[in-house]
Design a protein around this ligand. Sequence first.
Ligand code: 6CS
Length: 316
Amino acid sequence: VTWRFALEEIEGSVQHAYARELKSRIEANSDGRIVVDVFPYGSLGTSSQLTELVRNGSVNMAFASPGHLSDLVPETGVFLLHFLVPDDDDVARRLFTDPSLTELFAPAYQERNLTLLGFVPEGWMAWTANKPLRTPDDFQGLRFRTMTSNMSAEAFRAYGAAPVKTPYSKVFSELQLRQLDGQTNPVFAIEEMNFHEVQNTMTRARATQFVSSVVANPGWYQGLPARQKEWLEQSIRELGKDAWNLQKDLNQTRLEAITTDGDIRVVTLTDEERNTFREASQPTYQYYLEQNGTRGEQILSTIQGMVATFAKTPKS
Ligand code: 6CS
């Protein structure tokens, strides 16, 4: 049996490392009776197209990041809100690896014909441009590339930017041709997509953590023999715990690579500078609630509650 798994990122990425790990666990558990075919980003299309391929059963599983997915599953737009996740690694790790997070979102995915298998954290997002971005003033009129959902764009419109929703594969050339002035992504992605070669400053704002989700076609998933479903679920559960360290290592190594090889300048915002952005980001919370009604309120308050609990209780 072959399972097809499509990625929104190229070889060498966090999603690729995750998929390789998932593949080897499933193939080992099944004694080679299941083969997982991994399709790195490229030939199958953009993120939104990959989601369609899962929904129509052409592929069995795919990564679906809220930055694109939140037009289809607006509840996931909560992950695009800035300053929701505090600048505390331990809190972020526990939030993103908590199985209750998957339960919280599963119904919203199911209604759009997607089975949510789990969330995968990919690290803090940095902002790049050809100048430092220290205050919302620096964003005024900036043609800033965001992922393709409305919520992704709203988050930067709140700072005064002119967001441009663009598929991942087009970002490099549009930055190079100066059709775009800036973009945001985790450090590992900035390095492997060579954005650091066409941007001169990377601002580390610690405003959002990139999180993605792994989705499956519901008919395929429900039709799996019990044993196979268990192998899949177990591998996802185990990997949930490793995923945090996997992104941490990759982001760290790539940051070192960027700062040693390239001449991109790295600016780290102070807490005071971050506070100005925090205030400017408040209208996007309202926007999220308007889009998502009472379910949105419940999701937002559940996540804020988890964050508060993890911040108060000792590290596990
Ligand atoms: O910026 C994007 O569109 C993409 N960035 C990452 C790190 N993963 C997938 C997403 O499509």
